[in-house]
Ligand binder design. Structure first.
Ligand code: PEP
Length: 255
């Protein structure tokens, strides 16, 4: 059976009221609940998860968490445990997003978080991406290091369940230079699979899903989704504009 396209919305620290969050989620759910070939995952701020979870009506449109802490319990002021996320019946967790790495999150911490995800039956969506591309091809080494260090000690069985998202930092957010081209994203998805198949083996990574994120909108989504190595998309700004996000869902459905 053909794999569903994964379309993830990362709301970051938006919107600023629960009412608005409910409105956006309900609008997205209206379309996402009908798109049988798409798995939609909306990642709102932590404080909205419990209320939004009550609005989830089926498996096609579910919630994810934007992060977890690298311990499951203890004196960690302001942190969120993977056990708490799991207890809310939430399955997906974004890890290593560039905005968290910018705040100092390391590959080692991400690695601990990935391991904890498996303890609590959570699916890690591990983000990797280089800061800039210069004339040289050094950024491939950078991505390789991120992958090796973040996924160290993961079993062959676990790697099958991981989602890797390629998000070049120069392509993310309002300050983006530009989006990557579909060819650049595909080239990196091949590289990611090659690095991981060298560590794990080809068979274990045959089910691995590799996504692209960075300035995706209704105009460029199809170009990425048509690439064979791209299993879905992660959207930031557009995921808060339900009409535009829904357009992307329809594009993924009608490929
Ligand atoms: C993101 O938040 O990871 C992201 C890709 O943002 P945007 O779509 O706004 O570039």
């Amino acid at each position: 059976m053909k794999q569903k396209k994964l379309i993830i919305g990362n709301w970051k620290m938006n919107p600023t009221s629960l009412n608005e969050a409910k409105k956006i989620f309900t609008n997205i759910r209206r379309i996402a609940s009908k798109t049988s070939k798409v798995q939609t995952i909306i990642c709102p701020p932590f404080v909205y998860l419990n209320d939004l979870q009550k609005l989830v009506t089926g498996p096609r449109c579910v919630l994810g968490s934007q992060n977890i802490f690298w311990q499951f319990q203890g004196a960690y002021t302001g942190e969120i445990s993977p056990a708490m996320i799991s207890d809310l019946d939430i399955k997906y967790v974004i890890l290593g997003h560039s905005k968290r790495r910018e705040l100092g999150e390391t590959n080692e911490e991400i690695n601990q978080k990935v391991k904890l995800c498996f303890k609590y039956n959570l699916i890690p969506i591990v983000c990797v991406g280089e800061n800039k591309r210069s004339g040289s091809i050094k950024y491939f080494d950078f991505i390789k290091k991120q992958l090796i260090e973040s996924l160290q000690g993961i079993s062959k069985n676990q790697i099958k369940k991981i989602v890797v998202t390629y998000e070049p930092i120069w392509a993310i957010g309002k300050e983006a230079e530009r989006e990557a081209t579909p060819e650049e994203a595909t080239e990196m998805s091949i590289f990611i699979r090659k690095v991981l198949s060298d560590i794990f083996d080809l068979k274990s990574i045959s089910q691995l899903q590799v996504l692209y994120g960075g300035s995706v909108d209704c105009q460029n989504a199809e170009g990425f989704l048509n690439q064979q190595g791209i299993n879905g998309l992660l959207l930031g700004r557009v995921s808060l504009i339900s009409d535009k996000f829904n357009e992307v869902l329809k594009i993924a459905q009608n490929l």
